[in-house]
Write a protein that binds this ligand. Structure first.
Ligand code: CP3
Length: 370
């Protein structure tokens, strides 16, 4: 066990009782906490203005800029959490992997990792090289951000090994991640080396954010829905457990009468199209499961034995529908979310760039006033 610094917002009492943190820890809140995946980004005119002339990954590594972008949606929408503005490929970039984000496309690798030899070359980079000095821009950005957020929790995040490997092997975005899934079966040993390496690199990124002041951690396995349950369990889950082991040991103490109660930093695990994988994704070491919009939350809760706090799952397509249609959908999501021990309202995937931000603000007001 590793205790957080006494000045950490969870130890110091600033975010200890925040509705988001308590809901993640399984305590149902009178007011359902709400935030949005990709709340920071292109739906906000103030974001588009700040980003002019700066490449995505450069923006992520500029502490003042990353912090300001993280804070924009919190100020505007009054959401219950900030999510750190960064990207899942940042630890790869910091490890020295040639990667960029191409606007409108996504992460693109200079040199895809297609063969066992490629894996060998990549894994020669020691994950331990990602030390405090390399991560300094992340630590600084988190520090500036939590000072401004005060008692609003910051969520740290990282990409899960499979989603990162999908980019590493394909060399860029792909539809069904065929090359990655072929490597998994054709070269199982190289695959497992690649996954273990990726787990340590992404785990170090997540741990850095939590130690620097994030009050929760979310692992994005966005593309795990491309996998069968058998492949997920055998070839992916061990690496996700390994990634989460970098933060699983982080605890803090809360006074409870004369006693002190030890709590752990809550971990959320999210994927797209992962209805068949929910239980396996919980079992890798998550506290909360994020559900996309394809299955209702009561069904997700049933699949998880009614004991796991859930996050989700407004269909992003509804954001552009008339308010009465969206409101009915939100009421339905909240009613179904009541089946889980606790619920954090979110979208079933990220905010589409064309979304009218006023809709998001209205949605937050509506949920908070219910
Ligand atoms: O507000 C937030 O949610 C925090 C910031 C955040 C970003 N990326 C910023 C970003 C988070 C949590 C991510 C995670 C991420 N990045 C994931 C997992 C979540 C998911 O969407 O499933 C994935 C798969 C990536 C990889 C990635 N980065 C993609 C597919 C893209 C989109 C490319 C495009 O231009 O459409 C990015 C770029 C990216 N990451 C943007 C933002 C705000 C847009 C870039 C821009 O504004 O120029």
């Amino acid at each position: 066990m590793n205790t957080l610094d006494p000045s950490h917002p969870l130890s110091a009492g600033r975010t200890t009782s925040a509705r988001l943190v308590r809901a993640y820890q399984g305590e149902r809140q009178e007011v359902t906490p709400v935030w949005f995946m990709r709340q920071a980004g292109r739906s906000l005119p103030e974001y588009r203005e700040l980003r002019v002339g700066t490449r995505m990954l450069d923006a992520c590594l500029d502490p003042a800029l990353a912090s300001e972008i993280t804070l924009q949606p919190v100020r505007r929408h009054k959401v219950d959490a900030g999510i750190f503005f960064s990207d899942i490929v940042i630890p790869l970039r910091l490890a020295g992997v040639e990667v960029d984000i191409v606007p409108g496309k996504g992460p693109v690798l200079g040199r895809p990792v297609r063969t066992a030899d490629d894996v060998k070359r990549l894994t020669e980079i020691d994950p331990a090289s990602l030390d405090a000095e390399v991560f300094a821009p992340i630590v600084e950005a988190v520090a500036i951000t939590i000072a401004e957020l005060d008692d609003t929790p910051l969520i740290g995040f990282a990409g899960a090994p499979f989603t990162l490997a999908a980019y590493l092997v394909e060399g860029g975005p792909s539809k069904d991640h065929i090359r990655a899934r072929t490597l998994m079966h054709a070269e199982p040993e190289a695959w497992s080396e690649l996954m273990a390496w990726t787990a340590d690199v992404t785990g170090a990124f997540l741990r850095t954010q939590v130690l620097a002041g994030a009050s929760a951690a979310q692992l994005f396995d966005s593309w795990a829905g491309a996998l069968s349950l058998a492949d997920y369990t055998e070839h992916v889950a061990p690496a996700s457990t390994r990634a989460l082991s970098h933060v699983r040991d982080l605890t803090y103490e809360v006074a409870a009468g004369d006693e002190a109660e030890t709590r752990n930093v809550p971990i959320v695990h999210f994927g797209v199209g992962t209805g068949e994988l929910l239980k396996a994704m919980h079992e890798v070491g998550a506290d909360v499961v994020g559900v996309d919009y394809r299955i209702p939350l009561d069904e997700a809760s049933r699949r998880l034995g009614h004991v796991v706090p859930l996050q989700g799952n407004i269909d992003p397509a509804m954001l552009d529908a008339p308010w009465s249609v969206l409101r009915t959908h939100v009421d339905d999501v909240l009613a179904r979310g009541a089946d889980a021990p606790a619920h954090v309202l979110n979208l079933g995937h990220g905010v589409p760039p064309e979304t009218d931000p006023a809709v998001l603000t209205r949605l937050v007001d509506y949920v908070h006033a219910r």
